[in-house]
Design a protein around this ligand. Structure first.
Ligand SMILES: [Zn+2]
Length: 449
């Protein structure tokens, strides 16, 4: 690390410590914990889970009531089988019982409210303790990629504050770390040009953002043959990315793409390391389960509904929270040395399941993998179930792909077979698939079963 980078990192932590004392120590602890053995990490996770369950029973009215109804006290929870007896927390439970979920030993001035618009239709809100050092999970992830927490970063993200005042505050808060921003929700050609000019001037080490918006930006860079100083990594956030998109973004910016997974209620959940064996779950601070529709653990390798327990939030505990995503745990160890367990990239959301008139369900992970065997055939695709239950596969075709027509027909008929001909399946070639709030939606359903 150069003298300047070293000073910059020291200043970064000095400033952070003023706002959140203990940040550096917590970060150093996280760095050590990832090299514990798998058994030690499991044991650490379990003892933290038990402490949180005990706290929730003693201090949170909602859990005391629900655990009692389920016939459990914290003493009864000795292993995963016992833990499975605890009720899951749905988004509806969260919203219906919001006031009852706050711990009786915190006051409202100790917590910060986070709200999400709810891309799945149901908004959610949660409290986070103000003292919590959430960013430390991200610093550890940056470390996997060889990046300092104080590194300059370019973001293509939602809800960017772009007023002059917001920019000045941002500069003062982060100086000398530079951050440049592009609002992913909507941007014009001029916005892209301004952002890329800043990019050339600042030479950020990290480019971070939503897949859909980054894809558009990459397209623009390639079309106009713009040469940028390459960042060290491109960090994409919790959205399925096709091999074609990944390739395009890596080519345009000349750096590897890594995936990070989180949800608004519990932001840091897992991230990919350079060995690309899946995503390391932040298992020392989160318990992540994969459950069937009866809330039983599915075997490793099998897709299930993701349930997350935030082991660091005692103020507003989220225990077995179903965040609406589907995923699976991987039964392998990574070669990078980090022993945090692995999960697969998230393939789809529960809300993206299609229901047919006969009540048969088609899962999002099947729909998002339609082109997995022929990823080069399309630049983008989207599967849309219309109000009459019929299905349209919309593709931006790669016209230089050999035997394109046969490939598209093959994919269409595979989906037709999967629905046993119950509804019509159409293939539609389009020039563009519009983004929704900067995000690419792979699967949409307008059919009300
Ligand atoms: Zn790894």
């Amino acid at each position: 690390m150069s003298f300047f980078s070293n000073c910059k990192e020291k200043l970064f932590f000095f400033r952070y410590e003023l706002v959140k004392p203990g940040s550096k120590r917590f970060f150093e602890q996280l760095q050590k914990d990832q090299y514990l053995s798998s058994d030690e990490i499991e044991a650490l996770n379990w003892s933290r889970t038990q402490s949180l369950v005990k706290h929730a029973f003693e201090h949170v009215p909602y859990y005391r009531r629900r655990f009692t109804e389920a016939g459990c006290t914290p003493k009864d929870i000795k292993n995963q089988d016992d833990f499975n007896r605890l009720p899951v927390l749905t988004r509806k439970d969260l919203m219906d019982n919001f006031d009852e979920l706050l711990s009786d030993d915190v006051s409202l001035k100790d917590v910060r409210l986070s709200t999400t618009g709810g891309s799945s239709g149901t908004p959610a809100k949660v409290y986070h303790p103000k003292k919590e050092i959430r960013a430390a999970n991200g610093w550890r992830m940056l470390g996997w990629w060889g990046i300092s927490p104080a590194a300059d970063c370019a973001s293509v993200y939602r809800d960017v504050q772009n007023s002059l005042k917001a920019r000045i505050m941002h500069f003062l808060q982060w100086y000398p770390t530079k951050q440049i921003l592009l609002d992913a929700t909507s941007f014009t050609e001029q916005d892209m040009r301004d952002f890329l000019d800043d990019f050339i001037r600042v030479r950020p080490e990290v480019l971070h953002g939503y897949v859909g918006a980054m894809d558009n930006l990459a397209e623009y860079v390639l079309e106009h043959d713009i040469h940028l100083p390459p960042p060290k990594v491109i960090w994409v956030t919790s959205a399925p990315i096709t091999p074609v998109q990944q390739n395009k973004i890596e080519t345009a910016f000349n750096a590897p793409v890594y995936d990070q997974y989180g949800c608004c209620e519990i932001y840091w959940l897992a991230a990919e390391c350079p060995a690309r064996n899946g995503l390391h779950m932040f298992y020392d601070t989160r318990r992540i389960e994969f459950l069937d529709d009866d809330n039983r653990t599915v075997p490793n390798g099998t897709f299930g509904n993701i349930a997350v327990t935030d082991l660091k939030n005692y103020a507003f505990p989220l225990i077995r929270y179903l965040n609406g995503d589907r995923g699976r745990r991987l039964d392998k160890r990574c070669t990078c040395g980090c022993n945090l367990p692995l999960m697969d990239k998230v393939k789809g959301r529960v809300s993206e399941t299609f229901t047919l008139p006969s009540k048969t369900r088609l899962n999002g992970e099947f729909l998002t993998t339609l082109f997995d065997n022929t990823p080069e055939a399309v630049k983008q695709f989207q599967v849309h179930q219309l109000a009459d239950a019929s299905i349209v596969i919309r593709v931006i075709p790669n016209n230089s792909y050999p035997s394109l027509d046969e490939t598209l027909e093959h994919v269409r008929s595979a989906l037709e077979n999967a629905v046993h001909g119950e509804v019509a399946v159409k293939m539609e070639r389009v020039a563009e698939i519009p983004l929704q709030k900067g995000k690419m939606k792979f699967v949409i359903s307008d059919y009300k079963a």
